[in-house]
Design a protein around this ligand. Structure first.
Ligand code: NDP
Ligand code: ZN
Length: 353
């Protein structure tokens, strides 16, 4: 039987969040029902519900950084049992049979599955049954067992929840472009993603530099593992640090002067972008071609790699740095994220529903 749960919902970009009852599907044999304990607030949630990407389906519940406990399992579920500590990130389904899915890159799924095309996002995405998925700012979620990860015992729910998006989104490109001892890695933007990127790159042994707008966060950046902290607002910044980095991980949620950033790369250096500003960026090709540079993008990461990331963070003794809020504080929290006033992730305590 479908059932209802309390959730935070927005009916339009300018409307406040409201606590309402939303419906969760009748669990299928390969579904698990998860009681959500903590839900992180990602800047993608904000881009979505403020309709900055221009494609939101309202009314909508967002949230794709979910940590909780398995409450029941379908008859065909083999991987999970009641009581397991688990997380769900940005995907809740994919075709499972295309080359990408078979290689563990479900986020790049090219197949069709019922009415869905490609991977099914945790919210605002067309699910296999044609409904629009509703995310994790809620008491419970029903998810196919393949899209669930185990939260290591060493991580609390609140520090673990943001790893399901911010953690994997930075872990995956740092692994793909091999941040390692001896490499000079710059993490641009010290927000939710950036603060995970710094911790992960440092744990991989790279020498990490943080680019941030001002030096306000320099002490905590060093505590997270940065060897250097540079303020991009300083005069002559881009000239002073020309050709210094092997890998730049850009997490900024807004427009940046891309050509100036490419100038900071050494020859054959890589700038990998995960920030998703609504507006397109402009780039003269010469800035890419001179020095044989690579400009790349990266979208979250696959499920097996998400599990690997969770285990990596636990083994290295870190999670996300969070500020926990109640369900009535989310509108205010959004304004604070946009103002850069959070260290470093807001997490909703779902016991306040
Ligand atoms: P946050 O708001 O937590 O962090 C973004 C950081 O960017 C800020 O902390 C700030 O760093 C910097 N920043 C913000 N505005 C500006 C500006 N106008 N100019 C320069 N720097 C700015 O966001 P998240 O970390 O949650 O998300 C970052 C981006 O990544 C978003 O666009 C989000 O949609 C996207 N994203 C992409 C994913 C993917 O798979 N590729 C997955 C998840 C998110 P500082 O204060 O240090 O200057
Ligand atoms: Zn996210």
């Amino acid at each position: 039987m479908p059932f209802t749960v309390k959730a935070l919902q927005k009916t339009g970009p300018d409307k406040p969040f409201q606590v309402v009852e939303i419906s969760r599907r009748d669990p299928r044999p390969d579904d698990v029902v998860i009681g959500i304990r903590a839900a992180g607030i990602c800047h993608s949630d904000i881009h979505t519900v403020r309709n900055e990407w221009g494609r939101a389906h309202f009314p909508l519940t967002v949230g794709h950084e979910i940590a909780g406990v398995v409450e029941s399992v379908g008859s065909a579920v083999r991987r999970w049992k009641v009581g397991d500590r688990v997380g769900v990130g940005c995907m809740v389904n994919s075709c499972g049979t295309c080359q990408e899915c078979l290689a563990g890159n479900e986020q790049c799924c090219t197949g069709t599955h019922g009415q869905s095309r490609g991977m099914v996002g945790t919210y605002d995405s067309t699910d296999v049954d044609g409904t629009i998925t509703q995310g994790g700012y809620a008491q419970k979620i029903v998810v196919n067992e393949r899209f669930v990860c185990r939260i290591p015992d060493a991580l609390g729910f609140e520090e673990a929840a943001p790893l399901l998006c911010a953690g994997i989104t930075t872990y995956s490109p740092l692994a793909a472009w091999n941040a390692r001892p001896g490499s000079q890695v710059a993490v641009v933007g010290l927000g939710g993603l950036g603060h995970m990127g710094v911790q992960i790159a440092a744990a991989r042994g790279a020498e990490v530099t943080v680019f941030t707008r001002t030096l306000r966060k320099q002490d905590i950046a060093r505590e997270l593992g940065a060897s250097h902290v540079l303020a991009t607002s300083e005069d002559g910044f881009f000239k002073a640090h020309r050709a210094s980095f092997d890998l730049i991980l850009n997490t900024i949620s807004a427009q940046i002067p891309l050509r100036s950033y490419l100038g900071l790369l050494r020859p054959r250096g890589v700038m990998v972008n995960v920030g998703l500003p609504p507006e397109p960026l402009e780039l003269p090709m010469g800035n890419l071609i001179n020095g044989n540079k690579v400009l790349a993008g990266s979208n979250i990461g696959g499920i097996a790699q998400t599990q690997e990331m969770l285990d990596f963070c636990a083994a290295h003794g870190f999670g996300a740095r969070v500020e926990t809020i109640g369900v009535d504080q989310v509108d205010a929290a959004y304004d604070r994220v946009v103002a850069g006033d959070v260290r470093f992730r807001f997490v909703i305590d779902t016991s306040t529903f």
